[in-house]
Write a protein that binds this ligand. Structure first.
Ligand SMILES: [Zn+2]
Length: 308
């Protein structure tokens, strides 16, 4: 498989302060894990800067301007108790958006089969007019809307296996039947949304996991609910909100997945993408806060995307 891997040193300069789980070391640990010869066939791409126009596909101008205006010249500025801005946040956030839109261009023009975007800040909690939960702009939602507008795709699916519900992605597409949003997430946990009764216009599928659930329950719920819905939807493009914080060693959840479970879900999603959209998958990093677990899980995920 031709697999693109997006990264950029600028992602390290979005600083969140000492002790914050969403830190630059997350990407450093991923980079180290992917440096070994096994990953020599990855096509490494430096994330380009995205544009304000791309961000505005999802976020209104007043909101974008308010976030940019709040970026401090030094130190940190807290948008809320979790969500931090630092002098490097603009470039990091714009490169995160640039990475996912460039991946859409490259995958839809057939230059590669699939892509993994090792980006930060993450995006799935960012609602159209509210930054929250470590997220400034909603990268995966922007990618979906960019693909819809520029390539006129009729059906885009977003599968979100981050342990937290992607309230921002759900909000962006709640009334949009052309975008399927399917999420598995621990309940109760942050942000508190994601009940199965939240169904949008039939395009939202929320599958809560219970505290203590393991790979067995995770696989069962995907096999019984999310994967059949995905097959019924027949996406033209599959986007993945790839958060690895459902790992058993993650400090922000009480779900106990292993690397093997992340391999399994990656294979299942690839199988579905092969059936309906020529294997087109763009996987976008969301959470994952134990550095060793994150690095090992991303390594397995990317290895699977490579077809190794
Ligand atoms: Zn998460």
């Amino acid at each position: 498989m031709k697999t693109l891997y997006y990264s950029h040193p600028d992602f390290l300069f979005h600083e969140t302060g000492a002790g914050h789980p969403e830190c630059a070391d997350r990407l450093r640990s991923i980079a180290i894990a992917l440096e070994v010869p096994e990953f020599s066939s990855l096509i490494r791409v430096l994330a380009p800067l995205g544009t304000e126009q791309q961000i505005r596909l999802i976020h209104p101008l007043f909101h974008v301007e308010a976030i940019l205006a709040a970026i401090p010249e030094q130190g940190e500025y807290y948008l809320d108790q979790d969500t931090v801005l630092s002098p490097g946040s603009k470039k990091a956030a714009f490169r995160a958006v640039g990475a996912v839109c460039d991946a859409v261009d490259k995958i839809l023009s057939g230059k590669a089969d699939n892509a993994f975007c090792a980006i930060r800040p993450p995006g799935h909690h960012a609602e159209p007019d509210l930054a929250m939960g470590f997220c400034l702009f909603n990268n995966v939602a922007i990618a979906a809307e960019y693909a819809r507008r520029h390539y006129h795709l009729e059906r885009i699916a977003i599968v979100d296996f981050d342990v937290h519900h992607g309230n921002g992605t759900q909000a962006a597409f709640y009334n949009q039947p052309n975008v399927l949003y399917a999420s598995s997430h621990e309940m109760p946990n942050y942000p508190g949304t994601g009940y199965p009764t939240e169904t949008g216009v039939g395009n939202i599928i929320n599958v809560p996991l219970a505290t203590g659930d393991t790979g067995a329950e995770f696989r069962k719920k995907y096999s019984n609910i999310i994967l059949p819905a995905l097959r019924k939807f027949k996406p033209d493009l599959l986007l993945v909100s790839a958060g690895f914080d459902a790992h058993k060693d993650d400090p922000l959840s009480s779900i106990s997945l292993t690397e093997d479970d992340f391999k399994w879900i990656t294979q299942e999603l690839m199988c579905c993408a092969d059936s309906y959209c020529e294997g087109r998958i763009i996987s976008i990093l969301e959470g994952g806060y134990n550095l060793n677990a994150l690095a090992a899980s991303v390594a397995v995920h990317v290895k699977t995307l490579l077809g190794l």
